[in-house]
Design a binder for this molecule. Structure first.
Ligand SMILES: Cc1ncc(C[n+]2csc(CCOP(=O)(O)OP(=O)(O)O)c2C)c(N)n1
Ligand SMILES: [Mg+2]
Length: 269
C-alpha cells in the first residue's frame, strides 16, 4: 500500500519533472514532448518506488523500449544521481552522453540502447532468462509505446516469454492511443488489447497510468503473477499541458516561445 504522504511526494515530483522537461526541450529545440509527458508517472513509480535501482548485479533492469522518451528518462536518471544535473543541458549536442535516444554504452543508468521500436521486449526477455539461469532475483521491466505494439517482434517476444515462463519479465505499455502521425484508430486499430496479450500467454493488468497508487498496485499484481505479465497503463499523450494532450503534432516538434510560456504557466502556475 502506498502511503498518502508518499503519493503526494511522487505527484509533486512528476509536476517538477514535467516542467523541467518543457524547459529542457525548449532550450534544445528538439526532442519528443508528447511521449515523454505520458510516460512520466510510469517511470517515476519504477525508479522512485518499485524497482531496485541500486548499482549491483541484483538491481532490477528498466528498459525504455520507446526510446524517443529519452528526455524524461534522463531527467529521472539525473534526479537519481546517475550523472550530474548540469549535464542535462548537453541533450542532443554533438559528443554528448545524452543522445536523442538512450545509449547503454555512453549513458550511466541506461540498461538498453533503444530507438528502433519493437526491440525492447525481446532484449528484456533475453535478460530475464539470463537472470533466471543465474538465480538472480531481479525483475526486468520493459516500457513500451502502444504504437510500438504494431511491431511484430513484440508479439514474437510475448510468445517466447510465455513458452519460457519468464515470470521475472513485466512489460508496461504507455497506452496513450496516439502515435507519431495520428491516432491509433486511424493508423492501426488495436481493439481487445487485453485479450490479445492474454491469447499470447501473458497475465494482463490494466490501470490509470497517471495514478501513482494504481500503478504501484498493478506492479504488485504483476509481480505476484507466476508468469510474464503486461500492464496496460492508460495514459494521455502530452499529459499535463492542455494544448499538447492527445495531439500527435506534439509527438516530436520543437517548442516555440509562446507554447513554452503557456506550458509552464499550466505546469507551475
Ligand atoms: C522501427 C521504428 N519505426 C519507426 C520509428 C519512428 N517512430 C518514432 S516514435 C514513433 C511512434 C511511436 O508511437 P508510440 O509507440 O505510441 O509512442 P508514444 O505515443 O508513447 O510516444 C515512430 C513511428 C521508430 N523509432 N522505429
Ligand atoms: Mg502512443
Amino acid at each position: 500500500m502506498l502511503l498518502p504522504e508518499r503519493k503526494k511526494e511522487l505527484d509533486a515530483l512528476c509536476r517538477k519533472l514535467r516542467a523541467e522537461l518543457i524547459r529542457l526541450l525548449y532550450k534544445t529545440q528538439s526532442g519528443h514532448p508528447g511521449g515523454s509527458l505520458s510516460v512520466c508517472e510510469i517511470l517515476t513509480v519504477l525508479y522512485f518506488e518499485k524497482a531496485n535501482t541500486g548499482r549491483g548485479e541484483e538491481r532490477d533492469r528498466i528498459l525504455l523500449s520507446k526510446g524517443h522518451a529519452a528526455p524524461m528518462l534522463y531527467l529521472i536518471l539525473a534526479e537519481k544521481g546517475f550523472f550530474p544535473k548540469e549535464e542535462l543541458e548537453t541533450l542532443r549536442h554533438i559528443d554528448t552522453r545524452l543522445q536523442g535516444h538512450p545509449c547503454m554504452n555512453h549513458t550511466p543508468g541506461v540498461e538498453l540502447t533503444s530507438g528502433p521500436l519493437g526491440m525492447g521486449l525481446s532484449a528484456g526477455l533475453g535478460m530475464a532468462l539470463g537472470l533466471k539461469l543465474d538465480q538472480n532475483p531481479a525483475t526486468v521491466y520493459v516500457v513500451l509505446g502502444d504504437g510500438e505494439l504494431n511491431e511484430g517482434t513484440v508479439w514474437e517476444a510475448c510468445m517466447s516469454a510465455a513458452k519460457f515462463n519468464a515470470g521475472n519479465l513485466i512489460a508496461i505499455v504507455d497506452r496513450n492511443h496516439v502515435q507519431l502521425d495520428g491516432a491509433e484508430e486511424e493508423i492501426m486499430p488495436m481493439p481487445h488489447l487485453e485479450a490479445r496479450f492474454r491469447a499470447f500467454g501473458l497475465d494482463v493488468f490494466s490501470c490509470d497510468g497517471h495514478d501513482i497508487a494504481a500503478l504501484c498496485s498493478a506492479i504488485d499484481a504483476a509481480q505476484a503473477a507466476p508468469g510474464p505479465s503486461v500492464i496496460l497503463a492508460e495514459t494521455v499523450k502530452g499529459k499535463g499541458v492542455s494544448f499538447m494532450e492527445g495531439k500527435n503534432i506534439w509527438h516530436g516538434r520543437p517548442i516555440d516561445r509562446e507554447s513554452f510560456t503557456a506550458a509552464l504557466r499550466e505546469l507551475e502556475g
